[in-house]
Design a protein around this ligand. Structure first.
Ligand code: HPA
Ligand code: ZN
Length: 338
């Protein structure tokens, strides 16, 4: 396992499913909150206990609360830069960072503040050789009208954003609620993603595919409740961003040993492994190593997952090819040394 853990850390990989707000550590929530007069916790112990969650509803409550410490350009830059540094140190070569714009605009933080902070962090990441792209997510419990209005306010920032997605509360807020939003985003040339089939039913995955025409499904862990859907995603080689530790910690998968990721690979889907909310559920390498340990993934399966993280990314084809060449060379030398 130690060798495999080293291999996982040095293996080139892309992080395609990580939320900016999910990167705010308890220590950062306290320090940035103090600076901004937003005192959420009396002590680190109080913060750690508030961070301990067991279902999506509980998690979203603290996730939104902690987001309230971010007020200024520097705050957004600090959280994203610290995350980019930690990703680069774990062999991540490319990050597609999601952010919940409404978690900030609803408190009066201007769009320009959020995007300037993220742009600053992206420049910082470039200096350490990490490429980054941004995905703007809309919260499913909020209205489509509000999302469409915000999307039109994003037009001046279009070049900074690669994709649009939906996340947050799934129950009672099916993807079909956002059909118009996704149509408009597609017309703007944005790539499309959606959290679906995490807590909500597998029909949400079908709606994300058919009505929203997404390029990637985020989580999709409930796909095997509908065998014909699993067959369809397999033949389409569908891109699925799996976040095993978030899925187990929030109780939508019973244990890592029961995670369907191997079946997804066998059936032709293109799952990849990500952290979702590293400040709550662990880093990308912790996600890989826990899966390897509990699900007994082989080195060739691990390499396949890393390959998928590049082939399903929104990077240009030339960058994908050069990352794959490096990854394949490492896979080959690993095989020879076995
Ligand atoms: N936001 C952040 N993390 C998550 C979500 C979400 O909506 N769903 C599952 N993990
Ligand atoms: Zn997520």
């Amino acid at each position: 396992m130690t060798n495999l853990a080293d291999l996982i850390c040095s293996m080139p990989k892309a992080e395609l499913h990580v939320h900016l707000e999910g990167c705010i550590t308890p220590e950062q929530a306290i320090a940035i909150g103090k600076r901004n007069g937003v005192d959420l916790f009396e002590s680190l112990e109080a913060a750690l206990s508030a961070y301990s969650v067991s279902c999506l509803e509980e998690f979203l409550e603290i996730f939104v609360k902690v987001s309230e410490v971010l007020l200024h350009v520097e705050d957004f830059a600090e959280v994203a830069s610290a995350y980019f540094d930690s990703a680069a140190a774990q062999g991540v070569r490319h990050v597609e960072l999601m952010f919940d714009l409404q978690a900030h605009t609803r408190r009066g933080v201007p769009i320009a503040t959020v995007l300037e902070g993220l742009a600053k962090a992206r420049r910082h990441a470039t200096r350490s050789g990490l490429s980054t792209l941004l995905i703007v997510n809309f919260m499913r419990e909020r209205s489509e009208k509000e999302a469409i209005e915000l999307l039109s306010s994003l037009v001046p920032y279009r070049s900074q954003i690669v994709a649009l997605g939906i996340d947050s509360a799934e129950t009672g807020h099916p993807p079909r609620k956002f059909t118009r939003l996704f149509r408009e985003a597609r017309a703007m040339g944005l790539k499309l993603v959606a959290h679906a089939g995490f807590e909500g039913p597998p029909t949400d995955i079908e709606e994300a595919m058919d009505l929203l025409q997404v390029d990637r499904v985020d989580h999709g862990n409930r796909v095997y409740e509908r065998p014909e859907l699993a067959r369809r995603l397999g033949s389409a080689h569908a891109a699925i961003t799996v976040c095993p530790l978030a899925e187990v910690n929030l109780g939508v998968i019973a244990s890592l040993a029961e995670h369907p990721i191997r079946q997804m690979l066998l059936d032709g889907m293109r799952p990849s492994v990500h952290s979702d909310d590293p400040a709550w559920f662990g880093s990308i390498t912790e996600n890989y190593t826990s899966l390897v340990k509990e699900r007994a993934l082989t080195p060739s399966e691990v390499f396949e997952l890393a390959r998928n993280s590049f082939t399903t990314s929104f990077l240009p084809a030339s960058s994908v090819s050069s990352h794959l060449a490096e990854l394949d060379a490492m896979a080959e030398s690993n095989m020879r040394s076995q």
